[in-house]
Ligand binder design. Structure first.
Ligand code: MCA
Ligand code: AMP
Length: 504
């Protein structure tokens, strides 16, 4: 291994080469991919992307279903020094246009079903090539890669070269692309392997989507660094998870996964007897879920906290007490809790969580002002999460300073939906809030004030959002009001709306 090459793939390559004949992935249909195949096929993808005109630093935008081939594509991008840009499969054309216009990728990879629409969007964005990859792992990407050499010299990268861009919605206006470097990803992966005691014999049961930090980086990177076998589910299904638990040692999920697992009677101690670790994150895990899971399985879920901009930030201890409602201790980064001006508050007091460390991103793509606004002069990043430090040193996330709803682990920014709804014919203005939901944790609720020019119904509002925005952003409930409650400054009082919902 070239020690000067900071390409994240070099770390994976070393692990893969140590176990070429071991099974890297087992799919739902029982197909096996060995580590030698990961090495060869990721080289073919890297060579194909390069021959399509993508050079180091160029973006590769990817909106495809979850397959091992999609993982190989990610690895291929890393090796070729390309910047991987994964996109939620739920995004619709209007959302995709923005991402492609903003990031201007050299290559786009999409599902064959969306090829026409993505080709048309790509034409205006300087894209050199569009490849397809289907949910069964077929398409022009795989066909054309088959002709490429199975060897490739991993492109030299420095610590601060970009490995990925992850779009996270913004509290004001459009989504922001968080620029993640090879160093960000490598240091965070190594922290987690150590903190969670990953070893060569682990088997990871993987049910998360792979277009976000949780499924792509947190889960897969740990498995890659130890050359672990991954039981790879195309999507979360409680029965398929329970069926595979006896052959697994680690499972990672958003709280909704645990709620749904608990509703399956087959989840019991016997099914979990081989497991050593269940982790949860992306949204708060309810104490009831934590307790019920322990009673049913004998396992204490390890909750951790993170975000796209920094990967994992804090974690409950692997050895030591895991506390419900807490996110544990800082991983290998500095954590402080501050008031609005950036002054550190006393332990036990609530403030905004700020972080600094090798895992913290470089900034937002093309948005120097937004980046500057979210960093303190001494380099701390302002997460927007409200937190406190308990007397025993554990951190607790108590709320959000940012106007954000997390539904089933997906972030929904009310501002985006409100801006869209305000354009709906017959709508004067709107306000969107989150409401507790037994399955998704929080559900999107929209309040609408009609302008009187035409009738507006709940169903019409839902259909309007469904047409152009990702399905998880569609309100689960719509209420029509004569006016929105405002304070004396004219600001919409969302707390009043939440109270109205609580009162039924
Ligand atoms: C699906 N639906 C949803 C959601 N998902 N509604 C609200 N919130 C959601 N998350 C709706 C669909 O619109 C559809 O509605 C209906 O539910 C069924 O859709 P389907 O696709 O079948 O849903 P599902 O397969 O049951 O999906 C639920 C899910 C999924 C398995 C919980 O949302 C999921 O995999 N979530 C994980 C998200 C995740 O990985 N987050 C990590 C982000 P209709 O029937 O009306 O059309 S990374 C992160 O946050 C940081 C870094 C961190 O700390 O990890
Ligand atoms: P994302 O932008 O998708 O990376 O989401 C990151 C956000 O998810 C964080 O800023 C938090 O608000 C939230 N989050 C992640 N993990 C937890 C957790 N364990 N408890 C509470 N909130 C969490």
């Amino acid at each position: 291994m070239n020690m000067n090459n900071k390409n994240l793939f070099s770390l994976f390559e070393e692990a893969f080469k140590s176990a070429p004949d071991k099974i890297a992935f087992e799919t739902e249909t029982g197909r096996h991919y060995h580590f030698s195949e990961l090495l060869q096929k990721s080289a073919q993808f890297a060579n194909l992307l390069t021959s399509a005109g993508a050079g180091p630093g160029d973006r590769v935008a990817v909106q495809v279903e979850k397959t091992v081939e999609a993982v190989l594509l990610y690895l291929g991008c890393l090796r070729a020094g390309l910047v991987y840009l994964p996109l939620n499969t739920a995004y619709k054309s209007a959302e995709l246009s923005y991402f492609l216009e903003d990031s201007r990728p050299a290559v786009v990879v999409c599902d064959p079903q969306n090829e026409t629409s993505l080709r048309s969007i790509s034409e205006d964005c300087g894209v050199k090539e569009v490849f397809t990859l289907s949910k069964t792992g077929e398409g022009t990407l795989v066909e054309k890669a088959a002709d490429q050499l199975t060897e490739q010299a991993v492109i030299l990268r420095t610590d601060n070269d970009l490995a990925a861009i992850l779009y996270t919605s913004g509290t004001t206006g459009r989504s922001k692309g968080a620029m993640l470097t090879h160093r960000n990803l490598a240091t965070n992966a190594q922290s987690l392997v150590n903190a969670w005691a990953f070893n060569e014999n682990d088997v990871l049961l993987h049910a998360l989507p792979i277009f976000h930090v949780h499924g792509l980086f947190v889960a897969l990177h740990c498995a890659f660094l130890k050359a672990n076998t991954v039981l790879f589910l195309a999507k979360f299904d409680p029965n398929k998870v329970i069926e595979r638990l006896p052959r697994s040692t680690v499972f990672m999920g958003v709280p909704t996964f645990y709620v749904r697992l608990l509703s399956a009677p087959e989840l019991n101690r016997e099914a979990c007897k081989n497991m050593r670790l269940f982790t949860a994150g992306s949204a708060p895990l309810l104490e009831d879920t934590f307790n019920e899971f322990e009673t049913r399985t004998g396992h204490v879920i390890l909750e951790r906290y993170g975000m796209s901009e920094a990967g994992m930030i804090t974690s409950n201890p692997y050895d030591g007490k895991r506390i419900a409602g807490s996110v544990g201790f800082p991983l290998d980064n500095e954590v402080r809790i501050c008031d609005d001006e950036g002054n550190i508050v006393a332990d036990g007091e609530i403030g905004v969580l700020e972080i600094k460390g090798p895992n913290v991103f470089l900034g937002y793509w093309n948005m120097p002002e937004k980046t500057a606004a979210e960093f303190r002069p001494d380099g701390y990043f302002i997460t927007g999460d409200m937190a406190k430090k308990r007397p025993d040193g554990y951190y607790q996330i108590v709320g959000r300073a940012k106007d954000l709803i997390i539904s089933g682990g997906y972030n929904v920014y009310p501002k985006e939906i409100e801006s869209y709804l305000d354009e709906m014919p017959g709508v004067l203005e709107s306000a969107v809030v989150g409401k507790p939901h037994p399955d998704f944790g929080e559900a999107v609720v929209a309040f609408i004030v009609p302008d009187g020019t035409k009738e507006v119904t709940e169903q019409q509002v839902i259909e309007f959002v469904k047409e152009n925005l990702a399905n998880f952003k569609v309100p689960k409930q719509v209420q029509i009001l004569e006016e929105l409650p405002r304070n004396t400054m004219g600001k919409v009082q969302k707390n009043e709306l939440r109270k109205q919902l609580e009162a039924g």
